[in-house]
Write a protein that binds this ligand. Structure first.
Ligand SMILES: Cc1cc2nc3c(=O)[nH]c(=O)nc-3n(C[C@H](O)[C@H](O)[C@H](O)COP(=O)(O)OP(=O)(O)OC[C@H]3O[C@@H](n4cnc5c(N)ncnc54)[C@H](O)[C@@H]3O)c2cc1C
Length: 477
């Protein structure tokens, strides 16, 4: 290794961009090179903030989207250059947020010290191998290689798990709505599988693109759709977090009881019970780490659907639009279980031109009689599949086959230690290989929203820029 230290970041979406920006702004004690590798055409976008044909809105108000914890209105100030009357409570365009992230990185780049070099690389990383002396060799699909003292993986969300029986559906099945344009056609009927935030996004785009000339069915086991964001001040929910953390060390049930009591108490004091969700979310990593393994499973099985819908909320205008579509039967939400997909070809003479339809057999929740519906297309809106054992990506497969990365037993993501250090197959935390992003949920539970990921990215950058040895020794002590 040269005297210059090299930190390679793989993935320049939200998390990778913020790690790079924090590293560029940090004080480094020796000559440092930061290499940011991204396979997409544009950096600082990722899946969430990419340019799309439909102008999707952020799900969180502008005041809670700052990339800089010391300046909560940083994003709003940026946005007001383009949208002068934007307010802190507005849900602004996601694409604008991508531009903001890019500008944040650029600002950090120009403010970096002269002994800190920054390199952006466009490329697809397909492997990471331990180097002969120390650190890692990062291998790109086109054959280029980078030697790194430290590697940060910021790969984003995995795609959704394929729905059983969809392999025969061909073009009538969209396996990942974020992988490319969906191009909805007026007059078609579509089934969106999943009823969460992705479903809401796809339903909004589909109805706008076809000027409401579309019939949408959305289905999930519980048929729950997210509520809208609400405005309340977070000051009525008052409790010593210690009592909730103690409840979590016993069982999912004692935890649930304590949370219910807290919600009731908050309402009695004139507050909004949803303050409790925010309170719990802020201590979710500590709660999660205290819950015994069996109780984690129990919580996932019984509470997760309810937690998810209250935790992930919609802008009020999105919910109003969805309610409008529901009133006009343009959006029909079902609770049930999918049983079978079958491709049905037209009996007409022009069989070669007519697109086949999909017959969907499903059983309504609580019912025993299967029902069918005929749709033109099925869109998988079930969200990321965090079971990395099923990952088809060469990089994750390579990491797992070398034992450098392991899946957690609950299939929530990737196993990590302090600062996101990868836990290897021998249960040891890597010294120089880190992960940041939504798959931290395996060890922290809440690691989805920009606010949470910003914290993880900052802490990792702080750790990486600390004098090597001193702080690392402290961390491993
Ligand atoms: C549709 C959507 C909307 C969201 N809206 C909000 C919101 O309004 N508010 C909020 O707080 N949170 C929101 N989130 C959640 C959160 O902000 C994102 O999930 C967050 O952007 C995740 O950041 P990331 O860097 O981990 O992943 P990403 O931002 O997706 O970035 C991962 C990057 O890594 C690159 N990459 C992956 N593998 C490789 C490889 N092998 N080689 C090179 N490059 C690679 C990808 O191309 C991608 O650019 C949203 C999430 C989604 C999916």
């Amino acid at each position: 290794m040269s005297a210059q230290r090299t930190i390679v970041i793989v993935g320049a979406g939200f998390s990778g961009t913020l790690v790079a920006a924090s590293l560029l702004k940090a004080q480094h004690w020796s000559a440092t090179q930061i290499v940011l590798i991204e396979r997409a055409a544009k950096i600082a976008r990722g899946t969430a903030y990419a340019e799309r044909s439909y102008p999707y809105l952020l799900n969180v108000p502008a005041s809670r989207m700052s990339a800089d914890p010391n300046s909560p209105l940083d994003f709003l100030n940026f946005a007001q250059h383009r949208i002068p009357d934007a307010t802190a409570e507005d849900f602004l365009p996601r694409e604008l947020y991508g531009q903001y992230l890019e500008a944040t990185l650029l600002d950090a780049e120009v403010s970096a010290a002269t002994h800190v070099e920054f390199k952006r690389v466009k490329g697809d990383v397909c492997g990471i191998e331990p180097a002969e002396q120390a650190g890692y060799r990062v291998v790109l699909a086109d054959g280029r290689q980078f030697d790194a003292d430290d590697v940060v993986l910021a790969l984003g969300n995995p795609g959704p798990a394929d729905l059983p029986g969809t392999d025969k559906l061909g073009d009538q099945y969209i396996s990942n709505p974020w992988a490319g344009p969906q191009n909805f056609t007026a007059g078609e009927t579509v089934l969106l599988v999943g009823t969460g935030l992705t479903m809401a996004d796809v339903a909004m785009a589909a109805s706008a693109e076809t000027k409401d000339e579309i019939t949408i069915h959305a289905m999930s086991r519980h048929g729950l759709i997210p509520p809208s964001q609400t405005q309340f001040s977070q000051n009525t929910c008052k409790v010593d977090s210690g009592s909730i953390l103690r409840a979590a060390s016993f069982s999912a049930l004692t935890l649930l009881r304590s949370v219910r009591e807290l919600a009731d108490d908050t309402e009695r004091r004139g507050g909004d019970w949803r303050e409790t969700i925010t309170f719990i979310r802020n201590i979710a990593p500590q709660l999660w780490q205290r819950l015994p393994a069996r109780e984690k499973r129990r919580l996932l099985r019984h509470v997760r659907p309810y937690w998810d819908i209250h935790r992930h909320r919609l802008p009020s205008q999105t919910l109003a639009r969805m309610n409008h579509l529901r009133r006009h039967q343009k959006l029909n939400v079902h609770a049930g279980r999918l049983l079978e997909f079958e491709l049905v070809h037209s009996a007409k003479a022009d069989v070669n031109v007519a697109r086949p339809k999909v017959r969907v057999t499903w059983r309504p929740r609580g019912g025993d009689q299967p029902q069918t519906m005929l749709v033109d297309r099925v869109v998988n809106c079930t969200g990321p599949d965090y079971n990395i054992r099923r990952s088809g990506g060469p990089l994750m497969r390579s990491l797992m086959s070398q034992g450098l990365a392991v899946a957690d037993p609950l299939s929530l993501g990737i196993r990590t230690g302090a600062y996101g250090a990868l836990i290897n197959a021998q249960c040891q935390a890597a010294r120089n290989l880190f992960y940041v992003g939504p798959m931290l949920r395996a060890d922290h539970w809440e690691a989805t929203a920009a606010q949470e990921l910003r914290g993880y990215a900052e802490r990792l950058a702080g750790y990486l820029s600390a004098p090597v040895g001193r702080m690392r020794a402290v961390a491993s002590a």
